[in-house]
Design a protein around this ligand. Structure first.
Ligand code: GLC
Length: 524
């Protein structure tokens, strides 16, 4: 039999990062100070919950000092904690308590841009002769005074901001408060890699790299041509050198330090190039294809097969159902299919990244215009990302247990369903989304085939049903997911039910099965 293809860690087993990563948006997880905004101590307080849930690691969205123009994705100091979230001491405490519980900690690293209040940018902006001028991307206007090229900001409008006092434009691929660093400048590279070493030395286990593909742009900053022309404002091949260097730094530390890049690229081959030609770049580029694919058995199967084909030998796939930029899975596909989606996420071959609140089936919340926070939504109506960032729902008490502040003072309003969709209520209900998620995570831990086994599509299933096998040595686990709200009957090899989204299904399946509407079932 072929050796199963999964990465080997320091002990020869699958490394921790092949498991399940739980994403925490720190503003929204737990407030311990009563100001209506979550903090680091709030995360530490819930480590027992996360350990019990059965995840391997947490990833914390930015907590750095920041003017919060983009809620922390505008970093003013890469080596500290914003007072809003706590102190460096709180972070050290979180790290040591997480490690004691066997949980790894991944933090966000935002290399493409800083805040416009970062001391580097303040210096850079002070004048063309400043030694840090070249740390950012400054250019003269065109002869008619217009921006140097036609690039657009991802948040709408031109990607260039005119700086009257120094008579040049600077590049901002996102908000004008987020000027792009010039990664072609060696000093920038060194300074940014030093920030990585700072956290590695403190015991951080890995980095989620914000818009990782953006750091290298067309060196001549030429105009963007119409599609299907390649983008010029991101993804220049020189980007691979940056991540080879990063990998060298990570590998020079013990303890399986890890990197995952936020990379939105539709072309599977280009996406996969971020693993490196010899698996020497990122451990993985985030795979958002399940977020982008229509919720349909055939479409999802095709995407999974495309990912399986694209991931290079020695590389490891990964899947994501949602994050702080996307609508929540339960909002996109509905409550019942969210259960099927969770089974899919936790049984495919690859690291699963689970967004906080999805384990209890949190929905997107409609945010009234006067409560809107997200700058993207302010600039481009309809694009606001607040709906998926509402406070975590812990219990049916005041402010859903998120804060001691009155609910009206929370930074974003609670989701309307907080009194019924919450950790406390769902913990007592064996049929809840939380109970299903816990059982799926426990099964993944118990069954090495689910964690590390090979993936194979099962053909010949009725329309609307997607099935696959996970195989390791002699173990064979089969997963059947009914994407429709009708029953479906089909023949299969007999097997024993390990888990179903339908709590009534147990025992042995003999020769044929009728899956109920929206059912997912795992057989051994
Ligand atoms: C990434 C983040 C997003 C942020 C943007 C700019 O896409 O996930 O939240 O607004 O980068 O940093």
């Amino acid at each position: 039999m072929d050796e199963p293809r999964y990465p080997r860690g320091e002990d020869g087993e699958a490394p921790w990062w092949t498991g399940v990563i739980y994403q925490i948006y720190p503003r929204s997880f737990q407030d311990t100070t009563g100001n209506g905004i979550g903090d680091i101590a709030g995360i530490t307080a819930h480590l027992p919950y996360l350990e019990d849930l059965g995840v391997d690691a947490i990833w914390i969205s930015p907590f750095y000092p920041s003017p919060m123009a983009d809620f922390g994705y505008d970093v003013a100091d890469y080596t500290d904690v914003d007072p809003l979230f706590g102190t460096l001491g709180d972070l050290d405490d979180l790290l040591s308590q997480a490690h004691r519980r066997g949980l790894r900690v991944v933090i966000d690293w935002v290399p493409n841009h800083t805040s416009d209040r970062h001391p580097w940018f303040i210096e850079s902006r002070s004048g063309p002769a400043n030694p840090r001028r070249d740390w950012y991307v400054w250019r003269d206007p065109r002869p008619d005074g217009s921006p140097p090229n036609n690039w657009s900001s991802m948040f709408g409008g031109p990607a260039w901001k005119w700086d009257e006092p120094t008579g040049q434009y600077y590049l901002h691929s996102f908000l004008e408060e987020q000027p792009d660093l010039n990664w072609r400048n060696e000093d920038v590279r060194h300074a940014m890699f030093d920030t990585i070493r700072f956290w590695l030395d403190r015991g951080v286990d890995g980095f989620r790299i914000d818009v990782a593909h953006f750091v290298m742009k067309d060196p001549m900053l030429r105009d963007q041509l119409d599609p299907p022309a390649r983008p010029r404002s991101m993804g220049h091949p020189d980007v691979h050198g940056v991540y080879r260097d990063l990998r060298t730094i990570l590998d020079s530390y013990d303890g399986e330090r890890f990197s995952v890049g936020e990379i939105h690229l539709a072309d599977p081959e280009e996406w996969a190039s971020y693993y490196g030609t010899d698996n020497d770049e990122l451990h993985m580029p985030f795979n958002f294809s399940l977020v982008k694919t229509p919720w349909d058995a055939g479409a999802v199967r095709d995407r999974v097969e495309a990912i399986e084909a694209a991931v290079p030998d020695g590389g490891w796939p990964n899947y994501v159902l949602g994050n702080h930029d996307e609508r929540r899975i339960a909002g996109r596909v509905g409550r019942d299919q969210a259960r099927v989606a969770m089974m899919l996420l936790l049984t495919l071959r690859g690291t699963a990244t689970l967004y906080y609140g999805d384990e209890i089936g949190m929905q997107d919340q409609e945010i009234p215009p006067d409560a809107q926070q997200d700058p993207f939504g302010h600039r481009v109506p309809g694009e606001g990302r607040d709906g998926c960032r509402t406070p975590m729902q812990w219990d049916p008490g005041p402010a859903a247990g998120f804060s001691t502040a009155p609910a009206v003072d929370l930074w974003l309003p609670l989701n309307a369903d907080w009194a019924t969709t919450n950790v406390a209520v769902e913990s007592d209900d064996v049929t809840s989304m939380l109970s299903l998620t816990r059982r799926l995570l426990a099964l993944r831990t118990r069954m090495p085939a689910l964690r590390s086994g090979e993936y194979r599509t099962i053909d010949g299933l009725p329309e609307g049903v997607y099935g696959y096998e996970r195989a390791l040595a002699l173990d064979r686990i089969r997963v059947f997911l009914n994407f429709t709200n009708e029953s479906r009957t089909f023949d299969l090899h007999p097997g024993r039910v390990l888990l179903s989204t339908d709590p009534d299904r147990t025992g042995v399946v003999d020769g044929s099965i009728t899956v109920t509407p929206n059912e997912g079932v795992i057989l051994v």
